[in-house]
Ligand binder design. Structure first.
Ligand code: GLU
Length: 450
């Protein structure tokens, strides 16, 4: 059996960290089994779905490196859903109901008042043809419910282990609305059968759909038609609370464009949160796949700390080669060469910071000079060798200065750094000095903005 999984976003918005985690788990599961990863666009809701969002989702996944082997749109498959609908009706498993929202509400209230669970009473099953004709004559349109078996549905969940749902404790789910539009439940099953999906990996919020979907799989495809199911615990905030609106809406687009977080920092965090592995950065998606095992997933919610993303992002940048970033640096106006890149990268948290460090080299820098250091710095300017400076220049120069002025340690080095960069911390001065160059350095040492 070739493993085949799908990630099935609705193009009603851009994807956020929660979606990406589900996509990533599917991707890693597929790749770790030599299988295939399908991108299904769940756009049956024609009003809320847009091509722009679909395009955006594809862009985001591509940028992340989660490349799909196959993609299709549900909106192209209505004919298949109609066929499935007809089959279920013919088999007596899909029945029309005419209750309005208000009427259903009233029923639930009465049930609650009687201490009963608010499960749909199946009144529509006893409607005669004449009753239905009367409703239709009133202008009512039916919605359609799937008739659950009333039995116990069991499955061995890939994440949660032995699982079951008593179908007599849940309402027959509505599959088709009054206006004829499909809820996600039926199209998803039809597609999973037709695409040959072998495993469904999705969030725990879908567990309750599983009973109906397993029965629909059986109704449409026979007793072996249901794929294996895995429901992963959802992401929560670092404090264990439900993912706050701010965190929950952390979109890939925002992380990329506003926060300048690298794809592998996002993927590494999302692959590791809620597992028994430490949250550490991996250099490639393949490395994440190698580490991946569904059995490492904890059964408790996965805590997402956005600080982890910045921490892992910094790690990634510190090892990043110049040719991997040179285009982006140029695009942001940070004219750094390979040497300068190596000098500044240990100081970066995100690539955006490169701009600030670039200024240290090219200027303008406003030197920070304390009065008591002014004379020392003038001596330093005089002792500074001429261009070209090299990797040795800093130590030769500061040794000479030490000898001449008697200063050492912090009182020797800090005034130099502050004059040359305007700051008290930053990249290694030995690397920075040749990049700043003797001319600019001399001017900064004597208090010029340069
Ligand atoms: N479009 C559904 C969702 O995003 C897919 C759920 C599933 O994976 O079955 O919730």
């Amino acid at each position: 059996m070739t493993v085949k999984v799908r990630f099935a976003p609705s193009p009603t918005g851009r994807i956020h960290v929660g979606n990406v985690r589900t996509a990533l788990m599917n991707y890693m599961f597929a790749k770790s089994h030599g299988g295939q990863f399908v991108l299904r666009i769940d756009d049956t809701d024609l009003e809320r779905s847009t091509k722009e969002y679909e395009q955006g989702i594809k862009e985001d996944l591509t940028w992340l490196g989660l490349v799909w082997d196959e993609t299709f749109n549900q909106s192209a498959r209505f004919a298949q859903y109609e066929k499935a609908k007809e089959k279920l009706i013919a088999d007596g498993l899909l029945y029309p109901c005419y209750e309005t929202e208000d009427e259903l509400d009233r029923k639930r209230k009465i049930q609650r008042a009687q201490g009963k669970p608010p499960v749909y009473d199946r009144a529509a099953l006893s409607l005669t043809e004449a009753d239905k004709a009367k409703y239709e004559a009133e202008g009512r349109k039916p919605h359609w419910r799937f008739k659950l078996s009333g039995g116990r549905i069991e499955w061995n969940d890939l994440v949660r282990g032995a699982s079951h749902i008593e179908t007599n404790s849940v309402s027959d789910p509505i599959l088709i609305r009054e206006d004829g539009s499909y809820l996600y439940t039926l199209p998803s099953v039809v597609d999973d059968i037709d695409a040959g999906i072998t495993h469904i990996i999705r969030g725990e919020d879908h567990v309750t759909n599983s009973a109906a979907q397993i029965e629909i799989f059986h109704a449409l495809g026979g007793p072996d038609a249901a794929p294996e199911l895995g429901h992963h615990p959802l992401l929560v905030g670092a404090d264990g609370e439900k993912l706050s609106k701010r965190l929950g809406s952390l979109s890939v687009q925002g992380l990329r464009e506003e926060e300048a977080i690298e794809p592998l920092a996002i993927l590494s965090v999302l692959a590791k949160v809620g597992t028994s592995d430490p949250v550490e950065v991996r250099p490639t998606v393949e490395a994440l796949v190698t580490d991946f095992d569904l059995s490492k997933l904890s059964r408790t919610p996965a805590r997402l700390d956005p600080a982890d993303m910045r921490r892992l992002n910094a790690r990634l940048l510190h090892d990043m080669r110049f040719d991997a970033v040179s285009d982006r640096l140029a695009a942001m106006g940070a004219k750094l060469d390979a040497l300068a890149w190596e000098a500044i990268r240990p100081n970066l948290e995100t690539l955006n910071d490169a701009k600030d460090w670039h200024v240290l080299i090219a200027g303008p820098v406003t030197p920070a000079i304390a009065e008591e250091d002014a004379e020392f710095l003038r001596a330093a300017a005089e002792l500074l060798p001429a261009d070209p400076l090299d990797a040795q220049s800093w130590s030769t120069w500061t040794s000479a200065l030490k000898e001449q002025t008697g200063r050492k340690g912090k009182s020797l080095f800090m005034p130099l750094r502050q004059a040359l960069t305007g700051q008290s911390h930053g990249p290694e001065m030995a690397v920075l000095l040749p990049l700043i160059g003797a001319d600019r350095a001399r001017r900064r040492l004597t208090g010029d903005v340069a």
